[in-house]
Design a binder for this molecule. Sequence first.
Ligand code: NAP
Ligand code: ZN
Length: 348
Amino acid sequence: MPTLAKGYAATDASKPLTPFTFERRDPKDDDVVISVKYCGVCHSDIHQARNEWGNAVYPMVPGHEIAGIVTAVGSKVTKFRVGDHVGVGCFVDSCVGCATRDLDNEQYLPGVVFTYNAVEADGKTATQGGYSDSIVVKEGYVLSIPDNLPLDASAPLLCAGVTLYSPLRHWKAGPGKKVAIIGMGGLGHLGVKIGAAMGAEVTVLSQSLSKKEDGLKLGATEYYATSDASTFEKLAGTFDLIINTVSAPVDWNAYLNLLKVNGTMVLLGIPEQAIAVHAFSLIPGRRSLAGSMIGSIKETQEMLDFCGQHDIVSEIETIKIQDVNEAYERVLKSDVRYRFVIDMASIA
Ligand code: NAP
Ligand code: ZN
């Protein structure tokens, strides 16, 4: 008999999330059954619950920053045991229809199966995410959370953490590199911590100076308000790498001008609207505009181990699941320090 899971689901783009009971599959030989203890609230959950990317399928249980404890394993599972602290991130399968499983780039494979708002490898079952009390996931897509990290504050590492770690590594953030992070929200604040731990000099570009003290404490060396036009004059030609985490439309041309020659701006934030980029924003400095999406399973484990070594976790505000709709409104107002995490004990 499949297990009944209790969760919260979006049922329509304009309605609040409401309680929802659904089936989790019986574990197969290679499956891990996880009791979800905490789940982060990512801005992507809001975009998708409200159908801002145009691909929503309802009912949708969001949540891809999952931290929990293993309660059962299939007979062929070798990496995990009952009681282990584990995480699940943005995808739960990847090789469906693909000739090979590219372990360094699974998230970019056409067969990637996202943790929610997608269809499982069987081609018919809707995936449902971590705003729920349990989840069943193939062993190869389950991550080990280092024992020295608390489960609640580790949950956001599963999406926000790896989404920053991956481009910081790929574009070689480290000693001697000047990195700017645009937006100090859930993604951005982890970018500051991880970038600083990698040895880069990190600057935050935020709408105001209201979070400056926090930013400097988390590891930034400089913090500027983008509402002040002089910021863009002062910082012209400064950065090797700019990581843009802003969820809303902003003028990318103004930020591209802050890159050094050969610098790169990486887009992580996903506004609904298209944004025009002028050729002159790129050509004079041989600048690049790039994108990056989460990270592979291998890279996610590498990130968790890195965070374990450097004692990096998210700054969190824990909420009950009953308060998730209010939390969404607060995220939209940038009123979160710096990630909401749902305590799943509240669902009982
Ligand atoms: P978040 O916590 O809401 O942070 C976004 C930050 O952007 C805010 O804290 C704010 O920072 C800044 N911001 C918001 N509205 C702005 C505006 N109108 N103008 C300028 N700055 C603004 O969201 P998040 O969870 O970090 O996610 C950020 C974006 O990344 C979302 O679009 C999400 O879907 C996307 N995402 C992408 C990936 C990926 O793989 N590429 C993964 C996860 C999430 P300040 O207050 O400091 O200005
Ligand atoms: Zn996310």
